[in-house]
Design a protein. Structure first.
Length: 94
């Protein structure tokens, strides 16, 4: 069975949802560890732009619909009270 991927692929695709202090720290640590296929989802456009300029994510967006199916690992770094609703809203994409 052939896998269909639309994102660039080198080794491991990681998606971080929420690029605040915790998510941003994950992205920075992954970058320092040599992981280049790190993508981000955040509701704040300025945060996404900053993360891209810093080079800690390859690309970011406000909605991760294109990224979810491609990800090998999804890190949820959002407020705990938002996780359930987030998963329910996006479960068909995982």
């Amino acid at each position: 069975m052939e896998e269909r991927r639309s994102l660039p692929r080198t080794t491991w695709v990681t998606l971080i949802v929420g690029l605040g202090v915790i998510g941003g720290s994950f992205a920075l640590a992954l970058k320092q560890a040599g992981y280049d296929d790190v993508y981000g989802v955040d509701t704040n456009a300025e945060t996404l732009e900053k993360a891209e300029k810093m080079g800690i994510i390859r690309k970011g967006c406000k909605e991760g619909k294109a990224f979810f199916p491609e990800a090998d690992l999804i890190i949820l770094a959002i407020y705990p009270k938002l996780i359930r609703a987030f998963v329910e809203q996006n479960q068909a994409l995982f």
